[in-house]
Design a protein around this ligand. Structure first.
Ligand SMILES: [Cu+2]
Length: 198
């Protein structure tokens, strides 16, 4: 009994569990996935008439995944102003011949992640509401962004700061699941999470 315990401790207990960025699995998954997706994206661009692709962004650093005609890119999280609540922003496109929808999301930052939309009230204020799905019709792309549809990550188990990474799994109505790593970046001026209200 005691001998077994000693053995387990020497092989497993090398990194503290709470150190998210030190989990070797996630770190190793990143680079090859990004590389593969860049190749696929180049191949797809000829059919995409890429008029929407105007902003030069550090695409290789933000979360990106592609499978079965569904593509998610530019996934990131602004550094949360409220240490317990974060928002995930990304772009997704449907290059399949069927309508699809984002229906679920899980992260390693919290067990509480929701799909949100933002509605404008009669007084002109924006208010967020949880939705069951975010539609992604065939041939279309949509951006999850501040003031629009987005992913809300509640009850963050520990504060996230710039440089951290969040492992995200997106589940679509078609059954496709996309896994990507979203970096935590500095919140830009237009972001303002104070209105969040549960
Ligand atoms: Cu929200």
């Amino acid at each position: 009994m005691t001998v077994h315990t000693e053995k387990v401790r020497t092989t497993v207990n090398t990194t503290p569990v709470q150190n998210r960025t030190a989990r070797p699995l996630y770190v190793r998954v990143g680079p090859p996935t990004v590389l593969l997706c860049m190749l696929l994206a180049t191949a797809c661009e000829t059919s995409a008439d890429s008029a929407t692709d105007t902003t030069p962004q550090p695409e290789t650093e933000r979360g990106h995944a592609q499978e079965a005609g569904l593509e998610v890119s530019q996934a990131w999280m602004p550094e949360p102003a409220n240490p317990e609540v974060g928002a995930l922003y990304l772009e997704m496109s449907n290059d399949t011949d069927k309508d699809d929808a984002l229906v679920g999301v899980t992260t390693d930052a919290s067990e509480e992640a929701e799909l949100h939309t933002t509605e404008t009230t009669e007084s002109g204020a924006g208010r967020m509401r949880e939705v069951a799905e975010i539609p992604l019709p065939t041939g279309e792309s949509t951006a999850l962004a501040h003031g629009s549809d987005h992913i809300m990550v509640n009850d963050l188990s520990e504060p996230l700061t710039v440089g951290d990474e969040v492992l995200v799994t997106l589940v679509f109505a078609s059954g496709t699941e996309l896994e990507l790593t979203a970096p935590v970046e500095e919140m830009t001026g237009e972001h303002d999470q104070e209105e969040h209200d549960h």
